[in-house]
Write a protein that binds this ligand. Sequence first.
Ligand code: SF4
Length: 551
Amino acid sequence: MLQRWSSSTNRKQILMDIIMNKMKASVKSRKISLKRKENTIMSSQKKKPCFNQIKEELPKENIYHTFKDPGEIYSFRASLLSWYDKNKRELPWRRMAMSESNLNKRAYAVWVSEIMLQQTQVATVIDYYNKWMLRWSNLQDLAKATLEEVNQMWSGLGYYSRGKRLHEGAQKISSEFKGEMPRSAEELQKLLPGVGRYTAAAIASIAFGEVIGVVDGNVIRVLCRTKAIGADCTSPTVTEALWMLANTLVDLVRPGDFNQAMMELGATVCTPKAPLCTECPVQTHCRAYQQVINEREMVSKRLLGNTTSQISSTPDIEECGDGGNCPLCLPEKEPWVSGLGVMNFPRKPTKKPPRIEHTLTCVVTRRRDNDDTEEYFLVQRPNSGLLAGMWEFPSVLLETEVKEKKQKCIIFDRLTELMGNLVTDTHLQNIGEVIHIFSHIHQTYLVYSNSFSDASGDTVMQEDREQPCFRWVSEAEFYQSAVPTSMKKVFRLFKHSSVNEKQLAKGDKLQCGSEKHEGKQKGRKRRAPKEVQGRQLSINSFFQPAAIKPL
Ligand code: SF4
């Protein structure tokens, strides 16, 4: 042991082992005691756990990143829950979780909300959630839907695989478990596709009252700040420590409310930027806040000339007592930054920059002789991978940089592949570009348009070949289809360019009437309008003909 202690890495490991063992022992003993209590708690109404009960569950040492005594846990829970009862936002899934007596329906309602809320803001989710629950109010109804309908409903929410997995999960429960939702976090995680540790714990605690903590982005922030955990919060060590803390802290009587309260606190008070510490119900338990106060006091002392003691630039905090080797503290290389205050926590590794991609895409239109309605050609994406099963304009991902002439050839080849000889390149033209950011891809769509001559209305596609599904849709049908946001942006650019084209033709006729001038105008490329591009054009670029960026 002494030999191991001699190196800094070993010291860190030994300390970590001690902390984790203490925490594990705490949670283990707590689990045993909770098992015993479970029946009593479920049947007894809102009985508060006594001080001695909590005391049994606590680690005795290494309290810097945990809790110093059972009273602190009790007080933390009470303050948070009382704040939550007064301040919680009224959200449709919360109403359902409170009012729905059927456990399967309640769990389904929570499950849908949890999946939709992954990576998406509450404000955006509300509308989607209400529509979804109106259409598929229970598991069985969702199980009967097609993936196409699910994608259609999900359109605009992003991360489409979430809807697909939810649908698969509903089908699985419906066919394999006779519509009965698994009742514990462990089973939920094991049996349902797309349900990870967090989602399983959230469903189990909110819908079934299982005493289990949750750790999502909001909870990570609250816990890292309250317990001054400054090591990389995505590392396995910190992740495990956070789960231990969450499981230690969760309220025994109201686990679902407590978990929601932690997330609510992170979302509305302990926010990533500009946290509202003065309004925080757990401020007295927060080590990050205490560090800020200590730092302020030090600065005041310094200003008053009290420099007799050695005052460092970092706050004189209550150290965790391991001489700088703690695997949960702020790393020595990246110490406390004064200007950041409580936002020193949590610390994340630098994000990998998104992959840069360029894709050619073409809006193909047709107008039938007997009907003046314009229709648009859509192709279905493969059933796996990015935007699985969604509809898009014919597209080709570019592997290398190519000039516009070559781009035209590539997209025209793709159109011929899909539509045969009925398509010509006479009207194929570049209309601009659209940028769309996926979570890990910075995608630039190089947008073309082409019109399809189909006077007879009996379009013959290359159905004999192995082709993806395709269809013609009206504008209204386009917006009702399962098309991703990126394609809606492309479509808006197309509509914008068509309007401009018409106005230009009208203006030319009225003002210029010159064929030469008209030709010049037609030859110009356009950028996507501001609302499509999502970025402001400079005044210079506004007056310049837009050019395709090098790939
Ligand atoms: Fe977060 Fe501030 Fe509350 Fe601490 S005091 S938990 S940093 S809001």
